[in-house]
Design a protein around this ligand. Sequence first.
Ligand code: SF4
Ligand code: SF4
Length: 226
Amino acid sequence: MQDLNSHLESLRARYRKYFFEVAENVDLQIQALKPPELSSDVFGRFANPSLGRNWQNKVLNYLCSSLLQTQKEKLSKMNSLRNSSKCIGCGACCRFACSEFSPDELAQKAQNGDNYASQFLSVFVPYDNISTVRKIFPEYLDLLIQNGEKKYYFYHCPKVTADNKCPEYDSRPQICKDFPDNPLSFLPLSCGFTSWKLQSEDICLKLNAETEVLNFYIAKIKETQK
Ligand code: SF4
Ligand code: SF4
């Protein structure tokens, strides 16, 4: 893989490209459903019932079914690709967990019913100093420092053994079983899921672009119909 900074730039550029492609395609589909008598765009305020309102409803149907379809197809493709990769037991994800939340903030979230925060705290404890973190995944630490406006907190699991074994492997928490769950996250360079990440990135970028564009249209049309 390129260095992480170039890779991040590449992800951003590919996302922009997909976003504009999707927006253009959705607009074409909306125009194809438009009755020729209408001059307004799809965000017009139409009486109910009216030709315009009927068009908006057809567009909403198209947008909602596309949203469901796109999510289903892409998640299934990413899952099937993920099944062809496997953990090679390098232990890096047990020794390097990063969160934008401090231990106190996570505890507060867990108390408020956040299941992820609760699981996270049941597994990970904070590092005392950043020098140990740097030894595990220096490239990622540098990326966060260079690009991050946010503060990050680093954690590790005290249970992982020196030879990278999980003493509770069969009953490990779901967050451990699910890692990695997002191909757009940066994985430790030693991770056995790297090829899955690289194969799935574009699928995930397209999915995110489609979801953003479709949700924008759905929300805006619903707003005009209030
Ligand atoms: S519980 Fe096991 S799998 Fe999860 S972080 Fe700890 S050692 Fe790793
Ligand atoms: S970083 Fe990847 S390969 Fe290494 S232990 Fe975690 S999931 Fe397995």
